[in-house]
Structure formats: structure tokens, C-alpha cells
Design a protein around this ligand. Structure first.
Ligand SMILES: Cc1cc2nc3c(=O)[nH]c(=O)nc-3n(C[C@H](O)[C@H](O)[C@H](O)COP(=O)(O)O)c2cc1C
Length: 201
């Protein structure tokens, strides 16, 4: 068993996977990709919860001097506290993780004094969209550095989606590109800690 292997499965529990990401844009490709990955995690037997663009936009700007928490902030921190694995999904904004997603991640500072500090030992899937491969690559690297800082284990599969000039998802959130579907499914398998025989990527 690899060190980052999902502990829930190793202990015979249903894995609980928390997805954090997206943008406020209607039909956000970032959030849609995250939903596809979470749906596959659910197919593999995981319980999943999504904190998408709307939930992240409702979070106040993180302020380390302010100990009071809104209901939305508490829900996100509690979800990650109970999670067996996490998936982050961000657009590349100016070459890095968007402020919306980073604001949610900064809130995980509330886990610093937990028995399991931050994301210690957890598999963390990283999904990035950007309007070009350069933004995809720099943002994935930045996101993985954030996961390392939080003591998490970025899964071997990190998914980058170049959204420039292509329609990757239909109006129902179904993925139109088989290779993207395969990549998101493989990422889901790695956070849940199970291999699906149908994945070919
Ligand atoms: C403020 C802003 C900054 C952006 N910066 C970059 C960038 O540096 N590199 C890039 O490739 N795309 C950049 N983009 C494009 C987005 O990353 C891309 O359109 C992304 O897929 C949007 O995700 P969404 O469909 O979930 O809204 C930027 C978009 C915005 C709004």
C-alpha cells in the first residue's frame, strides 16, 4: 500500500471525498470537471461533497486576525476535517490558482492544530483549467506546491484542461472529450484508492 493510499478504503470505511473548486462563471468548466471527477468517485463507492463556485464566492475574505466563522466557512472546514481525500479544481488566473479557490484553501489554516494537521497524509487530486497550456502547467505546479505545504500528497494524475476554443462539456455537464473523461476518472480512482477496469488512460 502506498503511503498516500486512501485510509478509508484500507480500513473498510466508505471514503468521503471533498471537492473544492470552480469559478463564478455560469457553466464553469473548472467546476464541471470537478463534478465529473466526483461523480466517478461516487461510482467507485465514495461519498462526495462539492464546494463549487457559488459556495466559494459566499466565503468572506480569509483574515487570520478574525476568529469568527460564517456557516459556510465552518461547513468547508468541517468537511475537510472529516475527509479521506480532497480534490482541488482551479482555473489558471494570471498564471496561478484563482483568488476564489485560494481563499478557500487559506481557510484550512483552521486545521493547523488538529490531530491530523491540514491535509496530512491525504491524497489530493488537482484539476486545472486555463486558456492555454502555459497557464495549465504553471497553475498545476502552483497547486501541487500548495498541497505539499499543507502536507497532502498530490495524486500522480493531475488533470490540466486547455479550454481555449474547445467545448469540453455539454450543457448537462457530460464530458465531450474521451481523453479528458479518462483523465478525470483516473484522478478519481487515485483519490478513492481503487482501480476501475474501464479506465484506459
Ligand atoms: C482574470 C482572469 C485571468 C486569467 N488568466 C489566465 C492565464 O494567466 N493563463 C491562461 O491560460 N488563462 C487565463 N485565464 C483564462 C481562464 O483560466 C480559463 O478561461 C478557465 O478555463 C476559466 O474557467 P471556467 O470555465 O471554470 O470559468 C484567465 C481568466 C480570467 C478571468
Amino acid at each position: 500500500m502506498n503511503h498516500y493510499t486512501n485510509n478509508a478504503r484500507a480500513n473498510g470505511r466508505t471514503p468521503y471525498i471533498v471537492g473544492i473548486g470552480g469559478t463564478t462563471r455560469p457553466g464553469s468548466s473548472t467546476e464541471t470537471a470537478l463534478r465529473v471527477a466526483l461523480a466517478h468517485a461516487a461510482e467507485l463507492g465514495a461519498r462526495t461533497e462539492l464546494f463549487g463556485g457559488a459556495a466559494l464566492a459566499a466565503l468572506p475574505g480569509y483574515n487570520p486576525e478574525q476568529p469568527e466563522r460564517t456557516e459556510g466557512q465552518r461547513a468547508l472546514v468541517e468537511a475537510v476535517r472529516r475527509a479521506d481525500a480532497v480534490i482541488f479544481a482551479s482555473p489558471g488566473y494570471h498564471g496561478g490558482v484563482s483568488g476564489l479557490v485560494k481563499n478557500a484553501i487559506d481557510l484550512l489554516e483552521d486545521l493547523r492544530a488538529d490531530e491530523r494537521v491540514y491535509l496530512d497524509g491525504m491524497p489530493v487530486g488537482c484539476i486545472v483549467t486555463a486558456a492555454g497550456w502555459q497557464g495549465c502547467n504553471t497553475t498545476l505546479g502552483a497547486m501541487r506546491s500548495i498541497v505539499h505545504a499543507l502536507r497532502g500528497w498530490p495524486t500522480p494524475m493531475g488533470v490540466t484542461l486547455n479550454t481555449a476554443g474547445v467545448r469540453l462539456f455539454d450543457g448537462d455537464g457530460q464530458c465531450l472529450e474521451p481523453q479528458v473523461t479518462s483523465s478525470l476518472r483516473l484522478l478519481a480512482e487515485q483519490v478513492v484508492g481503487v482501480r476501475s477496469p474501464v479506465t484506459t488512460a
